[in-house]
Design a protein around this ligand. Structure first.
Ligand SMILES: Nc1nc2c(c(=O)[nH]1)N[C@H]1C(S)=C(S)[C@@H](COP(=O)(O)O)O[C@H]1N2
Ligand SMILES: [Mo]
Length: 431
């Protein structure tokens, strides 16, 4: 199903730019004034082949849209088993049982886009500008980065601030993430700190501002989909990378190829993909998704559903203590005993304990817990559990971090559905 005249464009883009032309090219369908149109026999056959069966109501299909089943395959190329939450922009999460690897393979790393990724990126000509309040503004190619700075490889945890939003009640608008907007891949790049220090951070700098090459959904060139930043003290810590490789290969196009920031333990929205510019500012950054209620929570505890004035919202910094059970899968049939395993993480802290319960929280036992492979990586844990008799059990996991903070059982509700770190429950049938 190639676009014969222009192979560089995906089906998705072709339909987005000129739906009627795309429709005609694909299916030979000419629009009627009422925005429907009869598919020619061959067009109908093509469409049926693409969705895998006949389309009884094809006469009702508006001209110029991509069948959802087809869109899914198209945008998740190079990903395996992810759940597509939205295809414009692309948002896809990983089911917990597919996050079982100690290091998340690229094909299992979630995708969270706010806009349309850049097309036809060329790593050879890509540049990163460092400007704002620096002694020496710089424009660096990826080769410059590799040659002028120490190249490091680290496993780093990225979690979307909205992970777990789908469980909020009353619900919060936005992508209904469940568990899987989290991953810990191995990233190769240079330290943000080294690059900023080389440029020379001036004494009035308080915040960074990150810019990427993706475009706004509206198509307007002067509108950015997202531009967030970090307090300068955080930006100068030593496990934030400007990365050009993921798990030993080029970055996946949806995960920011050819260059991105990786900011472990803070909302992954700070980890700009398709990174083109870092500006140092003498005030808190105010780019799109920095202000208002974006990536912000009320500065005090609120009741579910409570109205909170916008000025009471504060910028989310570290992500909270959390754990995930990646084996067994929810709904699994197990024997009378099974290994249970998963990961745990807590912003820029470490995890000291992971506990499991199989009796709805009455008693808890401690899991075996690994140290992080490096600062910024999640920690893997495992335990053997056995069940006293056949039946339905829930495996509950709760982590405690180095400051003694434990995961809660219930959601700490906030209006935009951020930071849900309530305990992960996995139901199994033992026999
Ligand atoms: N340029 C750009 N960078 C971005 C985004 C984006 O839409 N555009 N999304 C951010 C958000 S909200 C998240 S959670 C992470 C997701 O990274 P991933 O898609 O590689 O998992 O990228 C961040 N960086
Ligand atoms: Mo995010």
């Amino acid at each position: 199903m190639a676009l014969d005249d222009d192979k560089k464009h995906t089906v998705q883009e072709f339909f987005a730019t000129d739906p009627e032309k795309a429709d005609k090219a694909f299916f030979g369908r000419v629009a009627n004034p009422d925005r429907r149109g009869f598919l020619k026999r061959t067009g109908l056959a093509t469409m049926a082949a693409m969705v895998g069966t006949s389309i009884p109501f094809h006469r009702n299909m508006p001209v110029g849209f991509v069948p959802a089943a087809m869109a899914q395959d198209d945008v998740l190329v190079g990903k395996d088993g992810l759940t597509l939450l939205n295809d414009r922009p692309v948002n896809a999460e990983t089911p917990p049982e597919l996050l079982d690897d100690p290091i998340t393979p690229t094909n299992r790393h979630f995708i969270r886009n706010n806009g349309i990724p850049p097309q036809d990126v060329d790593p050879a000509t890509w540049t990163l500008t460092i400007d704002g309040f620096v002694d020496t503004p710089m424009e660096l190619s990826i080769t410059d980065l590799r040659e002028q700075f120490e190249v490091v490889t680290m496993a780093l945890t990225l979690e979307c601030g909205g992970n777990g939003r789908g469980f909020f009640n009353p619900p919060a608008k936005g992508n209904q993430w469940t568990y899987g907007a989290i991953g810990c891949s191995e990233w190769t790049g240079v330290r943000l700190k080294d690059v900023l220090e080389k440029a020379g951070v001036q004494s009035n700098v308080v915040y960074t501002a990150h810019y990427g090459a993706d475009t706004h959904l509206s198509g307007k060139a002067d509108k950015l989909p997202i531009s967030r930043g970090l307090p300068i003290d955080k930006a100068l810590t030593d496990n934030i990378l400007i990365a050009f490789e993921m798990n030993g290969d080029a970055l996946h196009p949806m995960n920011g190829a050819p260059l991105r920031l990786v900011v472990p333990g803070w909302p992954a929205s700070t980890a700009q993909k398709w990174l083109t510019r870092i500006e140092l500012r003498d005030q808190v950054h105010d780019g799109p998704k920095m202000t208002g209620t974006s990536y912000r929570v009320p500065g005090y505890p609120v009741a579910p559903g409570q109205d909170v004035p916008e000025e009471d919202f504060v910028i989310i910094e570290r992500m909270p203590v959390k754990s995930l059970v990646t084996f067994p899968a929810n709904g699994a049939e197990t024997g009378m005993s099974t290994q249970v395993r998963g990961h745990a993480w807590s912003g820029d802290r470490s995890i000291t304990t992971v506990e499991l319960s199989t009796d709805f929280g009455a008693t808890w036992s401690t899991a075996e817990l690994d140290d992080p492979v490096n600062n910024g990586a999640w920690q893997n844990w495992r335990a053997d559990v056995s069940f006293p008799q056949a039946g339905y059990y829930e495996i509950w996991a709760r982590a405690t971090d180095s400051e003694g903070v434990m995961q809660p059982f219930a959601i700490d509700w906030n209006p935009k559905g951020y930071l849900n770190n309530s305990m992960h429950r996995v139901g199994v049938r033992a026999s």
